[in-house]
Design a protein. Structure first.
Length: 368
Protein backbone atom coordinates (compact mmCIF):
# COMPACT_ATOMS: atom_id res chain seq x y z
CA UNK A 1 0.00 0.00 0.00
CA UNK A 2 1.35 3.37 -1.13
CA UNK A 3 1.03 6.30 1.20
CA UNK A 4 0.97 9.80 -0.34
CA UNK A 5 1.75 12.87 1.67
CA UNK A 6 -1.13 15.41 1.58
CA UNK A 7 1.28 18.34 1.25
CA UNK A 8 2.81 16.66 -1.79
CA UNK A 9 -0.63 16.31 -3.43
CA UNK A 10 -1.42 19.94 -2.78
CA UNK A 11 1.90 20.98 -4.30
CA UNK A 12 1.24 18.87 -7.39
CA UNK A 13 -2.21 20.44 -7.81
CA UNK A 14 -0.80 23.98 -7.70
CA UNK A 15 1.84 23.11 -10.28
CA UNK A 16 -0.81 21.50 -12.54
CA UNK A 17 -3.03 24.55 -12.40
CA UNK A 18 -0.10 26.78 -13.20
CA UNK A 19 0.80 24.68 -16.22
CA UNK A 20 -2.86 24.68 -17.33
CA UNK A 21 -3.14 28.45 -17.09
CA UNK A 22 0.09 28.88 -19.02
CA UNK A 23 -1.19 26.59 -21.75
CA UNK A 24 -4.49 28.52 -22.03
CA UNK A 25 -2.64 31.81 -22.35
CA UNK A 26 -0.50 30.51 -25.24
CA UNK A 27 -3.59 29.35 -27.26
CA UNK A 28 -5.30 32.74 -27.07
CA UNK A 29 -2.12 34.49 -28.19
CA UNK A 30 -1.77 32.15 -31.18
CA UNK A 31 -5.34 32.87 -32.42
CA UNK A 32 -4.64 36.62 -32.43
CA UNK A 33 -1.55 36.07 -34.54
CA UNK A 34 -3.33 33.96 -37.14
CA UNK A 35 -6.28 36.31 -37.19
CA UNK A 36 -4.23 39.31 -38.46
CA UNK A 37 -4.58 40.30 -42.17
CA UNK A 38 -2.74 42.87 -44.21
CA UNK A 39 -5.04 45.78 -45.03
CA UNK A 40 -4.83 48.98 -47.06
CA UNK A 41 -6.68 52.29 -47.19
CA UNK A 42 -7.76 53.09 -50.75
CA UNK A 43 -7.32 56.48 -52.40
CA UNK A 44 -7.90 57.94 -55.84
CA UNK A 45 -5.08 58.09 -58.40
CA UNK A 46 -4.45 58.55 -62.12
CA UNK A 47 -3.48 55.71 -64.41
CA UNK A 48 -2.69 55.46 -68.11
CA UNK A 49 -3.13 51.98 -69.55
CA UNK A 50 -2.61 50.52 -73.01
CA UNK A 51 -4.83 47.86 -74.54
CA UNK A 52 -3.30 45.80 -77.34
CA UNK A 53 -5.04 44.37 -80.40
CA UNK A 54 -3.59 41.98 -82.97
CA UNK A 55 -3.30 43.77 -86.30
CA UNK A 56 -2.41 43.28 -89.93
CA UNK A 57 -0.55 45.92 -91.95
CA UNK A 58 -1.43 46.79 -95.53
CA UNK A 59 -0.30 49.45 -97.97
CA UNK A 60 -2.69 52.31 -98.59
CA UNK A 61 -3.30 50.61 -101.92
CA UNK A 62 -2.20 47.11 -102.88
CA UNK A 63 -2.98 47.00 -106.59
CA UNK A 64 -2.75 43.77 -108.56
CA UNK A 65 -1.33 44.49 -112.00
CA UNK A 66 -3.13 42.44 -114.67
CA UNK A 67 -2.54 42.52 -118.44
CA UNK A 68 -5.36 43.91 -120.57
CA UNK A 69 -4.17 42.25 -123.79
CA UNK A 70 -2.68 38.88 -124.63
CA UNK A 71 0.87 38.34 -125.79
CA UNK A 72 4.39 37.50 -124.71
CA UNK A 73 6.33 39.70 -122.33
CA UNK A 74 8.94 41.52 -124.38
CA UNK A 75 10.60 43.55 -121.63
CA UNK A 76 10.67 43.92 -117.82
CA UNK A 77 11.16 47.59 -117.01
CA UNK A 78 11.37 47.35 -113.20
CA UNK A 79 12.88 45.18 -110.49
CA UNK A 80 11.34 43.71 -107.35
CA UNK A 81 11.13 46.24 -104.52
CA UNK A 82 11.71 49.21 -106.84
CA UNK A 83 9.89 52.46 -106.09
CA UNK A 84 7.77 53.55 -109.04
CA UNK A 85 5.68 56.58 -109.88
CA UNK A 86 2.23 56.76 -111.39
CA UNK A 87 2.11 55.90 -115.16
CA UNK A 88 5.64 54.49 -115.13
CA UNK A 89 6.01 51.53 -117.54
CA UNK A 90 6.40 48.21 -115.72
CA UNK A 91 6.20 45.67 -118.59
CA UNK A 92 6.08 45.73 -122.37
CA UNK A 93 4.06 43.05 -124.16
CA UNK A 94 4.91 42.16 -127.77
CA UNK A 95 3.60 45.11 -129.82
CA UNK A 96 4.01 43.77 -133.38
CA UNK A 97 0.50 42.28 -133.83
CA UNK A 98 -1.13 45.31 -132.22
CA UNK A 99 0.76 47.77 -134.42
CA UNK A 100 -0.37 45.76 -137.45
CA UNK A 101 -3.95 45.82 -136.20
CA UNK A 102 -3.75 49.58 -135.77
CA UNK A 103 -2.41 50.06 -139.30
CA UNK A 104 -5.26 47.97 -140.64
CA UNK A 105 -7.79 49.98 -138.65
CA UNK A 106 -6.35 53.27 -139.93
CA UNK A 107 -6.56 52.00 -143.52
CA UNK A 108 -10.16 50.90 -142.99
CA UNK A 109 -11.01 54.40 -141.76
CA UNK A 110 -9.54 55.97 -144.87
CA UNK A 111 -11.41 53.51 -147.09
CA UNK A 112 -14.64 54.24 -145.27
CA UNK A 113 -14.06 57.98 -145.60
CA UNK A 114 -13.63 57.60 -149.38
CA UNK A 115 -16.75 55.44 -149.66
CA UNK A 116 -18.72 57.99 -147.67
CA UNK A 117 -17.53 60.86 -149.89
CA UNK A 118 -18.56 58.92 -153.04
CA UNK A 119 -21.98 58.00 -151.69
CA UNK A 120 -22.53 61.57 -150.55
CA UNK A 121 -21.80 62.90 -154.07
CA UNK A 122 -24.15 60.34 -155.60
CA UNK A 123 -26.91 61.16 -153.15
CA UNK A 124 -26.59 64.94 -153.67
CA UNK A 125 -26.56 64.48 -157.45
CA UNK A 126 -29.67 62.30 -157.37
CA UNK A 127 -31.47 64.89 -155.27
CA UNK A 128 -30.92 67.49 -158.01
CA UNK A 129 -31.92 65.08 -160.75
CA UNK A 130 -35.02 64.02 -158.86
CA UNK A 131 -36.03 67.66 -158.50
CA UNK A 132 -35.88 67.92 -162.33
CA UNK A 133 -37.84 64.68 -162.72
CA UNK A 134 -34.83 62.97 -164.32
CA UNK A 135 -34.51 60.04 -161.85
CA UNK A 136 -37.15 58.14 -159.98
CA UNK A 137 -37.88 58.33 -156.30
CA UNK A 138 -36.55 54.77 -155.95
CA UNK A 139 -33.17 55.84 -157.30
CA UNK A 140 -33.06 58.76 -154.89
CA UNK A 141 -33.99 56.58 -151.92
CA UNK A 142 -31.41 53.98 -152.88
CA UNK A 143 -28.63 56.55 -153.07
CA UNK A 144 -29.68 57.97 -149.70
CA UNK A 145 -29.55 54.52 -148.11
CA UNK A 146 -26.07 53.96 -149.57
CA UNK A 147 -24.96 57.28 -148.12
CA UNK A 148 -26.29 56.41 -144.64
CA UNK A 149 -24.64 52.98 -144.83
CA UNK A 150 -21.29 54.52 -145.74
CA UNK A 151 -21.66 56.94 -142.86
CA UNK A 152 -22.28 54.09 -140.41
CA UNK A 153 -19.35 52.10 -141.82
CA UNK A 154 -17.06 55.08 -141.23
CA UNK A 155 -18.21 55.34 -137.60
CA UNK A 156 -17.58 51.61 -137.17
CA UNK A 157 -14.09 51.88 -138.71
CA UNK A 158 -13.24 54.82 -136.46
CA UNK A 159 -14.36 52.83 -133.40
CA UNK A 160 -12.15 49.94 -134.48
CA UNK A 161 -9.26 52.36 -134.81
CA UNK A 162 -9.85 53.59 -131.24
CA UNK A 163 -9.88 49.99 -129.99
CA UNK A 164 -6.70 49.21 -131.89
CA UNK A 165 -4.94 52.25 -130.42
CA UNK A 166 -6.10 51.26 -126.93
CA UNK A 167 -4.89 47.69 -127.40
CA UNK A 168 -1.51 48.98 -128.54
CA UNK A 169 -1.29 51.27 -125.52
CA UNK A 170 -2.15 48.33 -123.24
CA UNK A 171 1.01 46.56 -124.40
CA UNK A 172 2.80 49.03 -122.13
CA UNK A 173 1.67 47.94 -118.67
CA UNK A 174 1.90 51.02 -116.43
CA UNK A 175 1.72 51.61 -112.69
CA UNK A 176 -1.65 53.06 -111.66
CA UNK A 177 -0.13 54.85 -108.65
CA UNK A 178 3.06 55.67 -106.80
CA UNK A 179 4.32 52.75 -104.79
CA UNK A 180 6.70 49.82 -104.50
CA UNK A 181 6.83 46.86 -106.88
CA UNK A 182 6.17 43.43 -105.40
CA UNK A 183 7.36 40.06 -106.68
CA UNK A 184 7.81 39.48 -110.41
CA UNK A 185 6.70 35.89 -111.09
CA UNK A 186 6.80 36.24 -114.90
CA UNK A 187 9.87 36.72 -117.08
CA UNK A 188 10.58 37.79 -120.66
CA UNK A 189 8.97 35.42 -123.17
CA UNK A 190 6.10 34.36 -120.91
CA UNK A 191 2.69 34.31 -122.57
CA UNK A 192 0.21 36.38 -120.56
CA UNK A 193 -3.47 37.22 -120.99
CA UNK A 194 -6.32 39.06 -119.20
CA UNK A 195 -7.80 35.72 -118.10
CA UNK A 196 -4.78 34.71 -116.01
CA UNK A 197 -5.36 34.37 -112.25
CA UNK A 198 -1.96 35.42 -110.94
CA UNK A 199 -1.12 39.10 -111.42
CA UNK A 200 2.01 40.27 -113.20
CA UNK A 201 2.99 41.97 -109.94
CA UNK A 202 1.56 44.09 -107.14
CA UNK A 203 2.20 47.78 -106.65
CA UNK A 204 1.85 48.83 -103.03
CA UNK A 205 1.33 52.48 -102.18
CA UNK A 206 3.13 52.48 -98.82
CA UNK A 207 3.63 56.20 -98.20
CA UNK A 208 1.01 55.64 -95.53
CA UNK A 209 0.08 52.25 -94.14
CA UNK A 210 -3.32 50.99 -93.14
CA UNK A 211 -3.38 48.89 -89.97
CA UNK A 212 -6.47 46.72 -89.55
CA UNK A 213 -7.64 45.24 -86.24
CA UNK A 214 -10.86 44.26 -84.49
CA UNK A 215 -12.64 45.37 -81.32
CA UNK A 216 -15.45 43.61 -79.51
CA UNK A 217 -18.96 44.99 -79.61
CA UNK A 218 -18.76 45.91 -75.91
CA UNK A 219 -15.52 47.80 -76.42
CA UNK A 220 -17.04 49.83 -79.24
CA UNK A 221 -20.19 50.54 -77.23
CA UNK A 222 -18.09 51.68 -74.27
CA UNK A 223 -16.08 53.95 -76.52
CA UNK A 224 -19.22 55.50 -77.99
CA UNK A 225 -20.62 56.10 -74.50
CA UNK A 226 -17.39 57.79 -73.41
CA UNK A 227 -17.25 60.16 -76.39
CA UNK A 228 -20.95 60.59 -77.19
CA UNK A 229 -20.98 59.28 -80.76
CA UNK A 230 -18.93 57.22 -83.19
CA UNK A 231 -17.77 60.29 -85.12
CA UNK A 232 -16.71 62.04 -81.91
CA UNK A 233 -14.87 58.92 -80.77
CA UNK A 234 -12.87 58.79 -84.02
CA UNK A 235 -12.13 62.53 -83.90
CA UNK A 236 -11.12 62.71 -80.24
CA UNK A 237 -9.39 59.39 -79.65
CA UNK A 238 -5.70 59.81 -78.72
CA UNK A 239 -2.86 58.82 -81.01
CA UNK A 240 -2.06 55.13 -80.97
CA UNK A 241 1.15 53.10 -81.09
CA UNK A 242 2.18 50.09 -83.12
CA UNK A 243 4.20 47.19 -81.77
CA UNK A 244 6.02 45.40 -84.56
CA UNK A 245 6.37 41.65 -84.91
CA UNK A 246 9.88 41.70 -83.37
CA UNK A 247 8.55 43.30 -80.18
CA UNK A 248 9.84 46.82 -80.88
CA UNK A 249 7.58 49.85 -80.93
CA UNK A 250 7.25 51.77 -84.19
CA UNK A 251 8.60 55.30 -83.82
CA UNK A 252 5.68 57.07 -85.50
CA UNK A 253 2.26 57.46 -83.93
CA UNK A 254 -0.93 56.56 -85.77
CA UNK A 255 -4.54 57.62 -85.79
CA UNK A 256 -7.77 55.64 -85.97
CA UNK A 257 -9.37 56.62 -89.27
CA UNK A 258 -12.55 54.57 -89.48
CA UNK A 259 -14.66 52.06 -87.57
CA UNK A 260 -16.96 49.67 -89.39
CA UNK A 261 -20.66 50.11 -88.79
CA UNK A 262 -21.29 46.38 -89.18
CA UNK A 263 -20.56 43.60 -86.70
CA UNK A 264 -19.03 40.44 -88.13
CA UNK A 265 -21.64 37.78 -87.41
CA UNK A 266 -19.02 35.02 -87.28
CA UNK A 267 -16.58 36.67 -84.86
CA UNK A 268 -18.83 39.20 -83.13
CA UNK A 269 -16.21 41.91 -83.66
CA UNK A 270 -16.09 45.28 -85.37
CA UNK A 271 -13.38 46.10 -87.92
CA UNK A 272 -11.20 49.14 -87.24
CA UNK A 273 -8.71 50.84 -89.55
CA UNK A 274 -5.84 53.04 -88.40
CA UNK A 275 -3.31 54.91 -90.53
CA UNK A 276 0.43 55.29 -89.83
CA UNK A 277 2.99 57.37 -91.75
CA UNK A 278 5.71 55.35 -93.46
CA UNK A 279 8.19 57.81 -94.93
CA UNK A 280 11.19 55.57 -94.23
CA UNK A 281 9.48 52.47 -95.63
CA UNK A 282 9.99 50.42 -92.46
CA UNK A 283 6.43 49.08 -92.51
CA UNK A 284 5.84 46.41 -95.13
CA UNK A 285 2.50 45.50 -96.61
CA UNK A 286 1.37 42.07 -95.41
CA UNK A 287 3.23 42.17 -92.08
CA UNK A 288 1.59 41.93 -88.66
CA UNK A 289 1.86 43.54 -85.24
CA UNK A 290 -0.15 44.90 -82.33
CA UNK A 291 -2.00 48.17 -82.01
CA UNK A 292 -1.66 49.81 -78.58
CA UNK A 293 -4.53 52.12 -77.64
CA UNK A 294 -3.98 54.29 -74.53
CA UNK A 295 -6.74 54.99 -72.02
CA UNK A 296 -6.44 57.54 -69.21
CA UNK A 297 -8.28 57.00 -65.92
CA UNK A 298 -8.23 60.15 -63.79
CA UNK A 299 -9.27 60.07 -60.12
CA UNK A 300 -10.06 56.38 -59.88
CA UNK A 301 -9.34 53.91 -57.08
CA UNK A 302 -6.76 51.29 -58.05
CA UNK A 303 -6.43 48.08 -56.04
CA UNK A 304 -4.34 44.90 -56.39
CA UNK A 305 -6.17 41.94 -57.88
CA UNK A 306 -5.08 39.76 -54.95
CA UNK A 307 -7.36 41.93 -52.79
CA UNK A 308 -10.42 40.72 -54.71
CA UNK A 309 -12.59 37.64 -54.92
CA UNK A 310 -14.10 36.72 -58.28
CA UNK A 311 -17.18 34.54 -58.50
CA UNK A 312 -18.53 34.03 -62.01
CA UNK A 313 -18.98 37.55 -63.39
CA UNK A 314 -18.94 39.32 -60.01
CA UNK A 315 -15.92 40.81 -58.27
CA UNK A 316 -15.89 41.71 -54.58
CA UNK A 317 -13.53 42.91 -51.86
CA UNK A 318 -13.63 42.71 -48.07
CA UNK A 319 -13.95 46.11 -46.44
CA UNK A 320 -12.85 46.34 -42.82
CA UNK A 321 -15.74 47.63 -40.71
CA UNK A 322 -15.34 47.61 -36.92
CA UNK A 323 -12.43 45.21 -37.35
CA UNK A 324 -14.51 42.67 -39.27
CA UNK A 325 -14.59 41.64 -42.96
CA UNK A 326 -17.63 42.91 -44.87
CA UNK A 327 -18.21 41.71 -48.44
CA UNK A 328 -18.54 44.58 -50.95
CA UNK A 329 -19.28 44.16 -54.65
CA UNK A 330 -17.27 46.38 -56.98
CA UNK A 331 -17.37 47.26 -60.68
CA UNK A 332 -14.04 47.44 -62.46
CA UNK A 333 -12.79 48.69 -65.83
CA UNK A 334 -12.44 46.18 -68.66
CA UNK A 335 -8.65 46.70 -68.67
CA UNK A 336 -6.89 43.74 -67.07
CA UNK A 337 -3.10 43.52 -66.75
CA UNK A 338 -3.22 40.64 -64.29
CA UNK A 339 -1.97 42.81 -61.42
CA UNK A 340 -4.41 45.63 -60.69
CA UNK A 341 -8.05 46.58 -61.09
CA UNK A 342 -9.35 50.07 -61.77
CA UNK A 343 -12.45 50.41 -59.60
CA UNK A 344 -15.37 52.23 -61.21
CA UNK A 345 -17.98 51.66 -58.48
CA UNK A 346 -18.25 50.15 -54.99
CA UNK A 347 -15.43 51.81 -53.04
CA UNK A 348 -14.82 55.30 -51.72
CA UNK A 349 -11.56 57.04 -50.81
CA UNK A 350 -10.64 56.22 -47.21
CA UNK A 351 -12.22 52.75 -47.23
CA UNK A 352 -10.03 50.11 -45.62
CA UNK A 353 -9.91 46.75 -47.38
CA UNK A 354 -8.08 43.47 -46.95
CA UNK A 355 -5.08 43.69 -49.27
CA UNK A 356 -4.02 40.04 -49.33
CA UNK A 357 -5.64 36.68 -48.77
CA UNK A 358 -9.17 37.84 -49.51
CA UNK A 359 -10.00 34.44 -50.96
CA UNK A 360 -9.51 32.82 -47.54
CA UNK A 361 -11.92 35.13 -45.70
CA UNK A 362 -15.57 34.81 -44.88
CA UNK A 363 -18.18 37.40 -44.09
CA UNK A 364 -17.73 38.65 -40.52
CA UNK A 365 -14.23 37.26 -40.01
CA UNK A 366 -12.32 39.21 -37.36
CA UNK A 367 -9.59 40.95 -39.33
CA UNK A 368 -7.97 43.20 -36.71
Amino acid sequence: MVTVNKKWLQLMGIVGCAIGFASCGQTQKGEMQTGGYETMVVAKADKVVETDYSATIRGRQDINIMPQVSGTIQKLCVTEGEKVRKDQVLFIIDQVPYKAALNTAVANVKSAQAALATSELTYNSNKELYAKKVVSEFTLQTSENQYLTAKAQLAQAEAQEVNARNDLSYTEVKSPSNGVVGMLPYRVGTLVSPSMTQPLTTVSDNSEMYVYFSMTENQVLGMVRDYGSMDEAIAKMPEISLELNDGTTYAEKGKIESISGVIDTQTGTVGVRAVFPNEKGLLLSGSSGKVLIPSTYNDYIIIPQEATVKQQDKISVFRVVDGKAVTTLIKVAAYNDGREYIVLEGLNPGDEIVAKGAGLLREGTQVK
